[in-house]
Each structure stands twice: as C-alpha cells, then as structure tokens.
Ligand binder design. Structure first.
Ligand SMILES: [Zn+2]
Length: 91
C-alpha cells in the first residue's frame, strides 16, 4: 500500500459517498479530524473496530479524515474525484 503524504490527503464529505456510508469516530477522531468512513454491513473501512460511541456523528462531523479510510475509498473508486483528486492519482 503506498504511503500517502499527509498534505495530499483530501477529506471526503461522507454524504457524497452514498447511502451505504456514514461517519464514525470516537472522541479522539473528533479532536484530530480523523473520522472514519463506516460502510453498512462492513464496518469502518480501515478495519478499526467501531466499538466506541459514535462521537463523530454526535458532534455533527461530516468529513472522513482517517487516512486509511480515505485510502480505501480511493481504492474502491468511491472517493469523489472532485474532492479527492490527489487520492485518485495515487492509484
Ligand atoms: Zn478509518
């Protein structure tokens, strides 16, 4: 898996990913802006267990900021190319 530089990371609005996706994150994700993309029937895309309370949703976070989740979104081809051009070029 290619190592993405942090400056290349483009956050993705979860509402552009379709109905199967939602935002998920604990308090730490809220603080650091690294909320996960949670896919129905799958879990967090990066494999982080969705065990803690969904503080990201409760805080009204709408941006996926987890680098691993963003990588997975790009790999799945569902990352919005309008908002994540750098990610798409990394493929
Ligand atoms: Zn994640």
């Amino acid at each position: 898996m290619p190592q993405l530089k942090r400056e290349n990371m483009k956050k993705v609005q979860v509402n552009k990913l379709g109905k199967a996706f939602s935002i998920f994150g604990g308090k730490g994700n809220v603080w650091s802006g690294t909320a996960h993309a949670y896919k129905a029937g799958y879990g967090n895309l990066c494999g982080t267990p969705a065990l803690s309370s969904n503080h990201a949703a409760m805080a009204g976070i709408t941006e996926v900021g987890c680098p691993q989740c963003l990588e997975s979104l790009a790999a799945f081809g569902v990352a919005n190319i309008e908002t994540a051009p750098d990610l798409m070029q990394m493929k």
